[in-house]
Design a protein around this ligand. Sequence first.
Ligand SMILES: [Zn+2]
Ligand SMILES: [Zn+2]
Length: 175
Amino acid sequence: MELPTLSYRLIPQLAELGATASLTGVLPLTVLEKGALHLTLVDGIAYDLQLTNTGNGVLLVGVAHARATTECARCLEEALVEVQGDVECYFMLNPRDEELELIDEDMVMVGADGMVDLAPPILATIVFELPQVVLCREDCAGLCPVCGANRTTTECACADAPSTSGPFAALRDLL
Ligand SMILES: [Zn+2]
Ligand SMILES: [Zn+2]
């Protein structure tokens, strides 16, 4: 999948201690993958962010929200999943040596040009909040293992008379 970028210039606007900025918008992403999950984003990833200079860096906090469709893990019909999560990231302006050792994925060095990419922390928030398994509805009954009917929307007779139809019944007759 191709990831969008959201370039933002921190310097000089946010060079002073206490300086703040906020921005809202939508990351134009259409496809998202997490493990075996393959999702189609309905209208990108919406974000609402605040940036604050806290001294040695700029703290990014905010929320990200997305709606996506994918196959229900039980019945294979379309399922809608809605995720929202907190975005947090720290952009270091003047790190001391001991701080450089602490740098991880939530801490990013700001380039000499004062530019940062806000898309990775937004994306990471949505990917983290995605469920492992998506169902069309919490009580989705899934597919009938005998006839393949969607048990949520169709009533098949298999549960009442499991030995009278389907490929396994034919096998049972042979035995
Ligand atoms: Zn389902
Ligand atoms: Zn059935």
